[in-house]
Ligand binder design. Structure first.
Ligand code: TRP
Length: 361
């Protein structure tokens, strides 16, 4: 599949984004204190191991480098295309549990976790920002177009077209300069840069940085069907919080092929290779090495190795999650602290925004 086919981002602009991301990554390791990271997720359910290896692990690494990290839970954004509002507070709590269990740690590091619905000054930035983009720009956003087509809905609410502008407010309220994301989010980062540039030019200021998307290196993790990305909605995932027994059953049900000799061959044997890749991520050995060790012992052995690798890798994370689950007040305290920190930052930014827009009285 080409990039155009997946989400409409041209190869040339994707390549530019990759280059920018690489330069940024090199500098991040040298000068962590120059950067402020903001990233986030929609609270739509629990995180799976694809999320873990694809983004959460990277966030924990940045946090541990000493980079100031804002983790935003995009609860308003859920309203753009789903009817899950009854469950949102539960999902916010569950997502926070997943974050904390995986090692994001606001008590030990310069990290905060907060839902954006609780930061009025962030949300207010949406109003001036909406005046800096045209309807045709919003209509052209490839990620939004794809989400609309997947939703199959005939009537699309205006929030669906404008949420990328809201996302610019998410990123710019704290003047973040690094946004770790997957490539589907690149159009939103580009729009955020455009908004920052236009705002600064129009109001003759340098208030907003132009943030750069940090694309993580992690391999694409396929679902247990072996032919598409791991994703909750496709019902092919292993949740981070799954028990050992659930993990065993899920891996047992994973699709493989009839060739007994195990080899790592992602093109011709995507299902087998995906299990090898998962084992490799957990064991810190190459997929080829693991394939050689299994050799002629077939997919039964491969499944046993993968199950054991996952269960041992996630053991501590799952235990921590269990323990936090019963400490509700700790988890709510993390969110309260996150909200107060983010609000303070947002209040300062909105104050400066009013100043440069001549709206202070
Ligand atoms: N749009 C992102 C997603 O669907 C979630 C998100 C909201 C986000 N605001 C953000 C990601 C700001 C990065 C930065 O996953």
């Amino acid at each position: 599949m080409t990039i155009e086919e997946t989400n409409g981002i041209s190869n040339a602009s994707f390549e530019r984004a990759v280059q920018k991301s690489k330069l940024l990554e090199a500098d991040l390791y040298k000068n962590p204190s120059k950067y402020r990271v903001l990233t986030g997720d929609r609270p739509t359910g629990n995180l799976h191991i694809g999320h873990y290896f694809g983004s959460i692990l990277n966030r924990v690494k940045l946090q541990n480098l000493g980079v100031e990290t804002f983790i935003l839970i995009a609860d308003y954004q859920v309203l753009t295309d789903r009817d899950v509002f009854k469950d949102i507070s539960k999902y916010v709590f569950e997502l926070t549990l997943d974050y904390l269990a995986c090692g994001l740690d606001p008590k030990q590091h310069n990290t905060c976790i907060f839902p954006h619905s609780h930061i009025p000054e962030l949300n207010q930035l949406l109003l001036p920002f909406l005046t800096l983009v045209s309807l045709s720009e919003l209509n052209k956003n490839p990620t939004v177009k794809e989400e609309i087509s997947v939703s199959g809905k005939e009537v699309i609410n205006a929030g669906m077209y404008t949420y990328p502008v809201h996302q610019a407010a998410d990123i710019l309220f704290c003047r973040s300069n690094v946004v770790p994301v997957g490539k589907d989010q690149l159009p939103h980062i580009e729009l955020t840069r455009t908004i920052a540039k236009r705002f600064n030019t129009k109001f003759n200021t340098n208030l907003f940085p132009e943030p750069v998307g940090l694309l993580s290196e992690s391999p694409l993790i396929l679902g247990l069907d072996g032919n598409q990305k791991m994703s909750k909605s496709r019902n092919n995932s292993i949740m981070i919080k799954a028990t050992e027994d659930e993990t065993f059953k899920l891996i047992k049900s994973a699709k493989t092929d009839s060739e007994r000799h195990i080899t790592f061959d992602p093109v011709n044997r995507p299902e087998v290779s995906n299990l090898l890749r998962l084992s490799s991520l957990c064991l810190g050995k190459s997929p080829d090495e693991i394939a050689k060790e299994i050799g002629d012992l077939g997919s039964g052995k491969l499944k046993q190795v993968t199950t054991e690798a996952l269960n041992s890798y996630f053991k501590e994370i799952r235990e921590k999650r269990k323990q936090l689950e019963s400490d509700r007040s700790y988890v709510l305290g993390v969110l309260q602290d996150g909200i107060s920190k983010a609000r303070q930052v947002a209040i300062e930014t909105l104050d400066e925004v009013r100043e440069v827009m001549n709206m202070k009285i």
